[in-house]
Design a protein around this ligand. Structure first.
Ligand code: DLZ
Length: 193
C-alpha cells in the first residue's frame, strides 16, 4: 500500500523566481548531508529559484545550525541595506570587495533551510543536540520573522538516515520536501507581510 505520509501537493501558483534562499548545513554525517542539500537545491530550482539566489554555507555539526542561521540572516540584512544605500557600490568602486559577508547577495533571505543529520549513538549527545537544535530553530524563525525550514533528521540508525536521504532503495530524499517548503513559505511570508 502506498504511504499516506508527505506534504501533499503545493499550489501551482507558488513560484520561487523572485526569492533568495539560504541553506546552512552541518558536515557531520556527510554521506547523508550531501544528497539532502542537493535534493533541496534541485527542488528549489525546479520551482523557479535562480541559482544565483541560493546561498549554501557549511558548519561542523548540527549544534552549530541555530547560530549560523541567525548570523547568516543578519549578514544578508546588513548587505541588503548597504546595497540600498549605495555603500556596497561605493565599496566596490573603491576596489573593496565585501569579504566580511559570505555571498549573501543584495537582499535579505526570504527563507533559510537548516540541514543536519543526528544519529543516535551510545551516549546522551543525540538527545541534548536534538532538543537544543529543534527548540532553537523554532525560536529563531519566530524571532526573525522569516521561515526557517527544519531540515534536521533525527535517526536511530544509519539505515534510517540513508533512507531519508534517498540513498537506499525505496527511500525518499527529504531534501526535496525541504526545498519545496522553503519556496512555499518564502513566497507566502511575503504575501503575509
Ligand atoms: C558531537 C556530535 C555527535 C556525537 N553526533 C553528531 C551527529 O550525529 N550529527 C551532527 O550533526 N553533529 C554531531 N555532533 C557534533 C555537534 O553537532 C557539534 O558540531 C559539536 O558538538 C561541536 O559543537
Amino acid at each position: 500500500m502506498a504511504s499516506i505520509k508527505g506534504p501533499g501537493q503545493i499550489e501551482p501558483t507558488v513560484s520561487g523566481s523572485d526569492l533568495r534562499i539560504g541553506i546552512v548545513h552541518a558536515r557531520w554525517n556527510t554521506t547523508v548531508i550531501s544528497p539532502l542539500v542537493a535534493g533541496a537545491k534541485e527542488r528549489m530550482l525546479a520551482l523557479g529559484v535562480k541559482e544565483e539566489n541560493i546561498t549554501v554555507e557549511a558548519v561542523p555539526g548540527s549544534y552549530e545550525l541555530p547560530f549560523a542561521v541567525t548570523r547568516l540572516y543578519a549578514a544578508s540584512q546588513i548587505q541588503s541595506s548597504a546595497a540600498t544605500s549605495g555603500a556596497a557600490a561605493l565599496d566596490l568602486l573603491a576596489g573593496d570587495t565585501p569579504d566580511t559577508v559570505p555571498n549573501v547577495g543584495t537582499k535579505p533571505f526570504d527563507a533559510i533551510i537548516a540541514i543536519g543529520c543526528l544519529i543516535k549513538g551510545e551516549t546522551m549527545h543525540f538527545e541534548y543536540i536534538c532538543e537544543a537544535v529543534s527548540t532553537s530553530l523554532m525560536k529563531i524563525q519566530l524571532d526573525l520573522g522569516i521561515p526557517v525550514i527544519f531540515g534536521v533528521l533525527a535517526c536511530m540508525t544509519d539505515a534510517q538516515a540513508l533512507a531519508r536521504a534517498g540513498v537506499t532503495e525505496g527511500g525518499h530524499n527529504h531534501g526535496l520536501d525541504w526545498g519545496e517548503a522553503a519556496v512555499e513559505m518564502g513566497a507566502k511570508s511575503r504575501l503575509w507581510n
